[in-house]
Design a protein around this ligand. Structure first.
Ligand SMILES: Cc1ncc(C[n+]2csc(CCOP(=O)(O)OP(=O)(O)O)c2C)c(N)n1
Ligand SMILES: [Mg+2]
Length: 892
C-alpha cells in the first residue's frame, strides 16, 4: 500500500507537533472555535509571507465534520425509530422480492434504499415538513431507485394498500400498482419530482431553490424557512448535470437547499472510485464552490476510539485508504479489520486492543447512525449563507449480509434465498417465524401499536405526509380576447418576424391584470438575439442582490437593469439551468399553489437536441408553460450554418406525449395558440405544455383570414384559396412557418406562368395532425361496428382537388407522417441534411424548399398524373433556374 504510516516514532518532531496541538486544544477550550480559527488563519498567512509553500487543498481530514462535543441531543425515541425503520426495510425488500417471484425480471432495487434508510428516516421523523394551509412545506427530491422505501413507509402510514405494494412495477393490474420510480405522471397524488434519470434532480433542485427565492423576492409568496432537500447517489454525481449548477447555488446563497449524497462508494457495476475517495473528491468540489460541506463518515462507536487517539493517527490512517479497500473492510470480519486496518501501526492496534473482534465488526458508518445524521441535518437547516451538502458514508445493501451487502453485484439483487431472508428477518427483528418469513409477507403492526402511533405522531407534528402531490391553485379566468385581439389584425405591411410578434405579445402579457405578475420570461443569454432587450428595463432582470453597479449603458433607453424584484430570469448560457427554472415555474401551480406561466425562449437547436431529458422530466412532472424555439428552421436562420440551423426540433418534439408542438407562420397564429394554451393549462387544468417555433425572418404579418382559430389549433387551415378554383390544373400546397411564404410565392408563379390554380394551406402543427390521425385509426380499429371516424386531415381535404405538395423547414418525414390520411399521393419538400453558412435564398435553393422547387414539385406531380407534358417540366427547370445536377443536401 502507498503512503504507509511509519511504525517508528519521530522523536523530537512528534513532541513538537504534540505541543502545537495541545496549545490549539487549550485555545479551543479557553477561547472557542472562532479564536482558534483566527489563529490558524493568521498562521497560514504568516507561513505564506515567510515563503512556506502551503499546498492548496479544499479537503478536510477523512473524519466527521461535526465533532461529538457539538452534537445535539437526539430528540426522538431512537429504539422505536429503529424498529419502524426495520419494518420499512422489510416491506421495501418484500415488494421487490415478491414482484420478482411473480414475474421474473420485473426488476426493482433493494440495496439502494437499504443503504439510505437512516438518511430518509431521520428526515421523515424530524425534518421533512409537509405542505399545509399555513406553511408551504419542504420540497424533497427522493433518489429514484430508493422508491421501494418511500412506498413501504407510505404503507405503514396507511397511505398505500398492501395490494398496491403487491403490484409494485405492475401498474396495469386491476386496482392499480406502483410505478417503478417517482413519476408524477403516473402517481399524481404521490410523487412530485421525477428523479430517476440520474443527474437531473440535483440541477432541478438547485433551480427550484432559486425559484423559491425569486417568488419571495417578487412578493408572490411569503418568505419562509422552507427547505429543498435533494437525495443523490454518489455514482450519480458523475453525471455532468449533477455538479454543473453548484456554483449558482452558492452564488445565490441558497441556504434553503440541502443535498444529501448517499456515499455507499458503489454504483451499479462496482465502486464509484475504487482507486480514489469519492467523498474527498466531492468535498473539494463542493467546498471549492463555497458550499457548506458536512461529512458524516463514522458512527458513534468510533467516538471513544478517536478520543483515545491523541496523536491523530486514526484520522491519518482513514485518509489513506482508497474506496476499494473500504468497500472490502465493511464486509469483512472484525479480525480482518483489526489486521488490515488497525494493523498498519502498532499504536493503532493498541487503540482497539480492548475491543473484541465482534465489536470491531459492528463499528457503524456515519450514515447508518441516526444521531450523527440528525446532527448533520440540524446543522444543515440552521446553516446560513450558503447551501449545504451532506456526504454520508453508508454501505450499499446494508443488512443484506451474504445476499449482497457491499458486494459489487448488490445493485441488482432482487432475490433472496430462504436462509438469507431468515437472516435479514432476524437482523432487523421482524416478528415473523421461520416458515412465514420465507413467504416474504408485507408486515404492518396493528394501528394501535406503538410503532404506528409514533410514526403517525411524528408526521402529524411535521404537518402531514411526504411525499404528497396536490394541485394547490385556483384556475385563472383566462379571459384574454382583448389582450390578443391586436395581433389578429396583422402588421399593416410592416415587416416583422414571428419572434418580434411574440415579444410584442409577451410585453402585453406582462402588463395584463391577471397574468402580468405570473409571467416568467426565461432566457439563456439570447435576449438580444430575440429583440427582447426592451424588456430589460421595463420588466427588470431578476437578481437576488439587486444591482450593485452602475450599468455601462445606464444612459441608454434599454439599459441592463438588474433588480431584486426583476421578472426576467436571465440564466446565462445554460439551457439546462433555464429548463430547471422552466420546470420550477411551470410546476409551481402544484408545488406552491401559484399559477406562474413560464415563457422560455432559446436558440431552438439547443433545446430538444441538447436537453431533451429535462423536457421529458418536465412532461412527466405535468409542467405547464411555453417553450419557444427561437431562430428556428434550417433555412430561416441565415449565416449560422450546420450547428445552429434547426430542422430537427419539430421532429424531436414528437415523442413527448403531452407537449403540443406548433410551427406557426404568422402573428395571429401565435396569438391564437398562446391564448388557447393559457386557457387549457391554467383555466382548464390540462397537463400539457407548448413548444412553439419562432423565426427571425421579417415579413408583413397578414390579418387573420376569417375565423380560422380551430384550424390553427387543430394543425391546418386553408390560408389562401386559389383565385380560380375551377381551373383544369389544380394543386394543394402545404406550407409551415416561414416556408409558408415560399408556398404563397409558388402559388403565384403556378397561376401566372403555368395556369395551375393552387390552394395554400398553413400547417401549424404536423404533430397535432398526426396525433389526430393515429387516434382516429385506433378508434376505428377498436369500434368496427360503429360509423368510422374521419381524420381531421382527411376532412380538411375532402373537397380539395389536384396534386398535393408540402414544404417545411424541417425534415421531410414531418409531412410524410400524415400523408396516409390525404386523398392522394403527397410530394414532400424539407431540409434533411447538414446546414450551411449562407443567406436564406441560397439555403432554400440548397435544400430545395423555395418557391421554385415547390413549383417544380407541383408540375412534376401533375406530370406523373399525366396532366402536363414532359416538355413543360424541362422548360420549368430551365426557366426557374434550377440546377438539376446540384449536390444532394441530404448527403453533402
Ligand atoms: C441517466 C441515467 N443513467 C443510468 C441509469 C441507470 N442506473 C440506475 S441506478 C444506477 C447506479 C446508481 O449508483 P448511485 O448513484 O451511486 O446510487 P446508489 O444506488 O449507489 O445509491 C444506474 C447506473 C439511470 N437511472 N439514469
Ligand atoms: Mg452509490
Amino acid at each position: 500500500m502507498d503512503n504507509e504510516i511509519s511504525t517508528q516514532p519521530h522523536g523530537m518532531e512528534d513532541v513538537e507537533i504534540q505541543e502545537w496541538l495541545e496549545s490549539l486544544d487549550s485555545v479551543l477550550e479557553s477561547s472557542g472555535p472562532e479564536v482558534a480559527a483566527e489563529i490558524l488563519e493568521r498562521l497560514r498567512a504568516h507561513a505564506t509571507v515567510n515563503g512556506i509553500d502551503l499546498p492548496f487543498t479544499a479537503n478536510t481530514p477523512y473524519a466527521n465534520t461535526i465533532p461529538p462535543r457539538l452534537e445535539p441531543l437526539f430528540p426522538g425515541d431512537q429504539e422505536l425509530e429503529r424498529r419502524i425503520k426495520s419494518l420499512i426495510r422489510w416491506n421495501a425488500l418484500a415488494m421487490v422480492v415478491r414482484a420478482n417471484r411473480v414475474e421474473h425480471n420485473i426488476g426493482g432495487h433493494i440495496s439502494t434504499y437499504a443503504s439510505a434508510a437512516t438518511l430518509y428516516e431521520v428526515g421523515f421523523n424530524h425534518f421533512f415538513r409537509a405542505r399545509t394551509e399555513e406553511f408551504e412545506g419542504d420540497t424533497v427530491y427522493f433518489q429514484g431507485h430508493a422508491s421501494p422505501g418511500m412506498y413501504a413507509r407510505a404503507f405503514l402510514e396507511g397511505r398505500i394498500s398492501a395490494q398496491k405494494l403487491e403490484n409494485f412495477r405492475r401498474e396495469l393490474k386491476p386496482g392499480g400498482g406502483l410505478s417503478s420510480y417517482p413519476h408524477p405522471w403516473l402517481m399524481p397524488d404521490f410523487w412530485e419530482f421525477p428523479t430517476v434519470s440520474m443527474g437531473l434532480s440535483p440541477l432541478m433542485a438547485i433551480y427550484q431553490a432559486r425559484f423559491n427565492r425569486y417568488l419571495e423576492d417578487r412578493g408572490l409568496k411569503p418568505v419562509t424557512d422552507a427547505k429543498v432537500w435533494a437525495f443523490l447517489g454518489d455514482g450519480e454525481t458523475d453525471e455532468p448535470e449533477s455538479l454543473g449548477a453548484i456554483t449558482l447555488a452558492s452564488r445565490e446563497k441558497l441556504d434553503n437547499l440541502v443535498f444529501v449524497i448517499n456515499c455507499n462508494l458503489q454504483r451499479l457495476d462496482g465502486p464509484v472510485r475504487g482507486n480514489g475517495q469519492i467523498i474527498q473528491e466531492l468535498e473539494s468540489a463542493f467546498r471549492g464552490a463555497r458550499w457548506n460541506v458536512i461529512k458524516v463518515l463514522w458512527g458513534s462507536e468510533w467516538d471513544p476510539i478517536f478520543e483515545r487517539d491523541t496523536e491523530g493517527l486514526l484520522v491519518k490512517r482513514m485518509g489513506e485508504l482508497v474506496d476499494g479497500e473500504y468497500q472490502k473492510l465493511v464486509v469483512s470480519s472484525g479480525a480482518y479489520v483489526r489486521e488490515h486496518f488497525f494493523g498498519s501501526d502498532p499504536r493503532l492496534l493498541k487503540l482497539v486492543e480492548p475491543m473484541s473482534d465482534e465489536s470491531l465488526r459492528r463499528l457503524r458508518l456515519g450514515g447508518h447512525d441516526p444521531r450523527k445524521v440528525y446532527a448533520a441535518y440540524k446543522a444543515a437547516v440552521e446553516h446560513k449563507g450558503s447551501p449545504t451538502v451532506i456526504l454520508a458514508r453508508t454501505i450499499k445493501g446494508y443488512g443484506l449480509g451474504e445476499a449482497g451487502e457491499g458486494k459489487n453485484v448488490t445493485h441488482q439483487q432482487k432475490k433472496l434465498n430462504e436462509d438469507e431472508l431468515r437472516e435479514f428477518r432476524s437482523r432487523f427483528g421482524i416478528p415473523l417465524n421461520d416458515e412465514d418469513c420465507i413467504e416474504v409477507p408485507f408486515y404492518r403492526p396493528p394501528e394501535d401499536s406503538v410503532e404506528i402511533q409514533y410514526l403517525r405522531a411524528r408526521r402529524e407534528a411535521l404537518g402531514g405526509y411526504v411525499p404528497k402531490r396536490s394541485v394547490r391553485t385556483k384556475p385563472l379566468a383566462a379571459d384574454h380576447d382583448e389582450l390578443f385581439k391586436e395581433f389578429h389584425e396583422g402588421s399593416d405591411g410592416r415587416e416583422v418576424s414571428t419572434t418580434m410578434a411574440f415579444v410584442g405579445m409577451l410585453r402585453k402579457m406582462l402588463k395584463d391584470e391577471e397574468i402580468g405578475k405570473l409571467v416568467v420570461p426565461i432566457v439563456p443569454d439570447e435576449a438580444r438575439t430575440f429583440g427582447m432587450e426592451s424588456l430589460f428595463r421595463t420588466a427588470g432582470i431578476y437578481s437576488s442582490v439587486g444591482q450593485k453597479y452602475e450599468p455601462v449603458d445606464v444612459n441608454t433607453l434599454l439599459y441592463y437593469k438588474e433588480a431584486k424584484d426583476g421578472q426576467i430570469l436571465e440564466e446565462g448560457i445554460t439551457e439546462a439551468g433555464s429548463m430547471g427554472s422552466f420546470i420550477a415555474a411551470g410546476s409551481a401551480y402544484a408545488t406552491h399553489g401559484i399559477n406562474t406561466i413560464p415563457f422560455f425562449i432559446y436558440y431552438s437547436m439547443f433545446g430538444f437536441q441538447r436537453i431533451a431529458d429535462f423536457i421529458w422530466a418536465a412532461a412527466d412532472m405535468r409542467t405547464r408553460g411555453f417553450m419557444l424555439g427561437g431562430t428556428s428552421g434550417r433555412t430561416t436562420l441565415s449565416g449560422e450554418g450546420l450547428q445552429h440551423q434547426d430542422g430537427n426540433s419539430q421532429i424531436l418534439a414528437l415523442p413527448v406525449p403531452n407537449i403540443k408542438a406548433y410551427d406557426p407562420a404568422f402573428a395571429y397564429e401565435i396569438a391564437v395558440i398562446i391564448q388557447d394554451g393559457i386557457r387549457r393549462m391554467y383555466k382548464d387544468g390540462e397537463n400539457v405544455f407548448y413548444y412553439i417555433t419562432v423565426m427571425n425572418e421579417p415579413y408583413a404579418m397578414p390579418p387573420m383570414p376569417g375565423d380560422v382559430k380551430d384550424g390553427i389549433l387543430h394543425g391546418m387551415y386553408c390560408f389562401r384559396p386559389a383565385a380560380n378554383g375551377k381551373a383544369k390544373l389544380r394543386a394543394q400546397l402545404f406550407g409551415s412557418g416561414a416556408i409558408l411564404n415560399e408556398a404563397l410565392r409558388a402559388q403565384e408563379i403556378l397561376e401566372t406562368k403555368y395556369g395551375v390554380a393552387a390552394d395554400v394551406w398553413s400547417v401549424t402543427s404536423y404533430k397535432e395532425l398526426y396525433n389526430d390521425g393515429i387516434e382516429t385509426e385506433r378508434w376505428n380499429r377498436l369500434h368496427p361496428g360503429e360509423k368510422p371516424r374521419v381524420p381531421y386531415v382527411t376532412k380538411c381535404l375532402s373537397d380539395a382537388t389536384g396534386v398535393l405538395i408540402a414544404a417545411s423547414d424541417y425534415l421531410k418525414t414531418l409531412p410524410n407522417m400524415i400523408s396516409k390520411w390525404m386523398p392522394r399521393r403527397l410530394a414532400s419538400l424539407g431540409t434533411d441534411g447538414f446546414g450551411r453558412s449562407e443567406g436564406r435564398a441560397s439555403l432554400r435553393d440548397f435544400f430545395e424548399v423555395d418557391s421554385r422547387f415547390i413549383t417544380l414539385a407541383t408540375l412534376h406531380e401533375l406530370f406523373v398524373d399525366g396532366k402536363v407534358e414532359r416538355s413543360v417540366l424541362d422548360k420549368a427547370i430551365k426557366d426557374l433556374g434550377i440546377n438539376a445536377d446540384k449536390p444532394n443536401p441530404v448527403t453533402s
